[in-house]
Design a protein around this ligand. Structure first.
Ligand SMILES: [Cu+2]
Length: 115
């Protein structure tokens, strides 16, 4: 429902812009290593579908990544021990800053900036 609304809104507003198209999907990779995310500032264009790749390098330690998009429940990868790779698909988001976290480790946080 939400993704459909976003795409529909973009098509309506895009009719007057130069492109009029949904921005191409973006892939953002975040490594979890030594109980930290290697990147704490991610960027994506507004409206572009986003794939976040969580590369857990912490041997046997369980991590996930959850993005506080406003959806209930917030989208998140499964919790898996490293080494492992998990992928999270997000619909196009409106402009804003969205926090992302590992739900198991309070110090593992970052910001997804959508512009
Ligand atoms: Cu963690």
């Amino acid at each position: 429902m939400r993704a459909g609304f976003v795409v529909g809104a973009l098509l309506l507003t895009g009719a007057c812009s130069s492109s009029g198209l949904t921005p191409p999907p973006v892939t953002l990779t975040v490594r979890a290593e030594t109980m930290r995310f290697d990147r704490t500032d991610l960027e994506a264009p507004a409206g572009a579908p986003i794939e976040i790749v969580l590369d857990n390098r912490d041997n046997t330690i369980v991590h996930d990544i959850q993005v506080k998009t406003g959806a209930t429940p917030p989208p998140a990868t499964p919790r898996t021990g490293g080494p492992s790779v998990q992928r999270l698909q997000l619909p196009g988001l409106n402009t804003g800053t969205y926090e992302y976290v590992c739900t198991l480790h309070a110090q593992m946080t970052g910001k997804l900036n959508v512009r």
